[in-house]
Design a protein around this ligand. Structure first.
Ligand SMILES: N[C@@H](CCC(=O)N[C@@H](CS)C(=O)NCC(=O)O)C(=O)O
Length: 262
């Protein structure tokens, strides 16, 4: 019942991606926040160069998350002037004349900005990060969000999935996606989608199938820059829900009650 309500609210939102309306979480959006903006502006000479067209409850906070991790400042764009060819968000401009759309392409652009536009040929870590970003957009997004005519109606994470099984295996031996490399934009890209699923479908249970993925999601959601980008209410909600999954999932392994069943 809760899921149906969530899906109905979700489907009726202006953007097809709106967790705010679905669970009452009040998302604080840094791109729309003057104080956050001022804080970011003061940190780098790149100020004013990068403008993000986005809104809370869409994919755009994942771009804010990446920008915070890289310490690259973003300006908030006027949505009525959004230059995205399909009118979607997020969209990024650089000094007004460079337009980047698709969240993954924006993450890659920010990463290259943070690297002072140096192309790192033969850099295995850079290659891995860009591959994971592309994977998140091209392969993980359609697993996480089942869409009908651009409207998300459910998540594919309710069903078994061999790609997420593999992801779970990878994360059983590595804290983050690029082994030995620490946290990277690969994790921003992949964890954002996984965490959106829990925002949109709070009744989802992931721990029994993918415990290492749940551990990873908690780790990523717990980051200070995740909170800055998505807001503390979203962060608190996710951490408590993931914790609950672990607890009940753990109990379930001992033969106790399964979440969502009576
Ligand atoms: N693959 C695109 C998806 C963009 C997208 O679907 N954006 C949604 C908001 S999260 C949107 O603008 N929906 C309104 C529309 O499609 O007109 C990306 O990752 O940037």
């Amino acid at each position: 019942m809760l899921s149906l309500l969530i899906i109905a609210l979700f489907a009726s939102s202006v953007a097809s991606f709106s967790p705010i309306a679905t669970n009452g979480i009040n998302v604080h959006h840094p791109a729309a926040s003057t104080t956050s903006r001022r804080r970011q502006q003061s940190t780098s000479a790149l100020s004013m160069a990068l403008t993000l067209y986005g809104s809370p409850g869409s994919r755009s906070p994942l771009v804010n998350w990446a920008a915070y991790e890289l310490n690259v400042p973003l300006e908030a764009g006027d949505l009525s002037k959004n230059p995205h060819p399909f009118g979607q968000i997020p969209c990024l401009t650089d000094d007004g004349n460079v337009v980047v759309f698709e969240s993954g392409a924006i993450l890659n652009y920010l990463q290259s900005k943070a690297n002072n536009d140096k192309v790192l040929h033969g850099d295995a870590r850079a290659a891995a990060v860009t591959s994971w970003i592309a994977w998140a957009n091209a392969s993980l997004d359609p697993i996480c969000f089942l869409e009908n005519n651009g409207r998300v109606y459910d998540t594919g994470l309710r069903s078994p999935n061999k790609r997420i099984d593999k992801l779970n295996n990878l994360l059983s031996t590595s804290s983050y996606l690029v082994p030995d490399g620490g946290f990277s934009l690969a994790d921003v890209a992949v964890a954002s989608y996984l965490l959106y699923v829990v925002q949109f479908f709070p009744d989802i249970e992931l721990y029994s199938k993918w415990p290492h993925v749940v551990r990873y999601m908690k780790e990523c959601a717990g980051r200070e820059n995740y909170e800055k980008a998505f807001g503390s209410n979203v962060q608190k909600f996710l951490l408590s829900r993931l914790e609950e999954m672990e607890t009940v999932g753990g109990d379930n392994k001992k033969g106790k009650k399964v979440f969502g069943m009576f």
